[in-house]
Design a binder for this molecule. Sequence first.
Ligand code: GLV
Ligand code: GLV
Length: 326
Amino acid sequence: MAKWKVFVTRVIPEEGLRLVLDNCDAEVWQEETPPPPEVLIEKIRDCEGVLTLLSDKIDAKVMDSAPKLRVISNYAVGYDNIDVPEATKRGIMVTNTPGVLTETTADLAFALILATARRIVEADKYTRRGIWKTWGPMLLLGRDVYGATLGIIGFGRIGQAVARRAKGFNMRILYYDIKRDEKGEKELGAEYRDLHSLLKEADIVTIHTPLTSQTYHMMGEKELSLMKPTAILVNTARGAVVDQRALYKVLKEKRIFGAGLDVYEKEPIDKDDPLIELDNVVLLPHIGSASVETRTKMAIIAAENLLLALRGERPHYLVNPEVLQK
Ligand code: GLV
Ligand code: GLV
């Protein structure tokens, strides 16, 4: 039987890539940056499957150029880069890699909480610059994490994994989500709040929602203004959940204590993005799931999702199960 024609938009860890290469007639994009849209369109023209990253935008136009396409396997838990309704309309399966990256992403959210509250990055720069004179009673004072009130926006797998870590820090846990999760509340001792109440009460706010039309700019100037002047915002979800210009303004005017960001409205951020000049923000290059172990697991799942779909079987994680009913 002829092998399935597949395009892989970046080199992913060997364990997953090998599965694709052994079972498909696959081409792998070798560059560090994504294939430009016109190249992607050209590459997938005859493909039955494509393995994509969150930096590849897969819209109706791209799908129209690939009439044989049956599966888009996204190497990520988030899939806001793919127009899922358009895929469903065309009977194309969309798959993702949830679960395996939950704990790794929660670790990073906690790292950002600690780094922002205790000014770790600023302190590291200070130490390296050779300007440290003596132990200082007022030197680089941060905010306590232990015992603080944590506000979790989006109480899904990752949000709850952050809550488990917060229990070890004796934190009071509040959460907001579009749906209440009474089981999770009980298990983690978390209290439900509407968004505005959460923002007013929390010392640390951490975002764990997907990006959808409902969560786009959910944290705008009005919401940010409800936060305490001593509060911290952490975002490891998707940049566009926060209005980044409004965030810059409240950070610049010191209307909140600080922010820890792993994600941005536009990635990468520009070299002259005004956020870069601020000391009260920790900036990471979207590395939430970036551990050797987790990226390997994601590669295997993304490869298996792709192969299962090509075989006409149900992938491990199917975003649009409606396609199977067609
Ligand atoms: C990373 O942001 C992911 O969605 O996996
Ligand atoms: C997605 O939100 C996840 O928690 O894996």
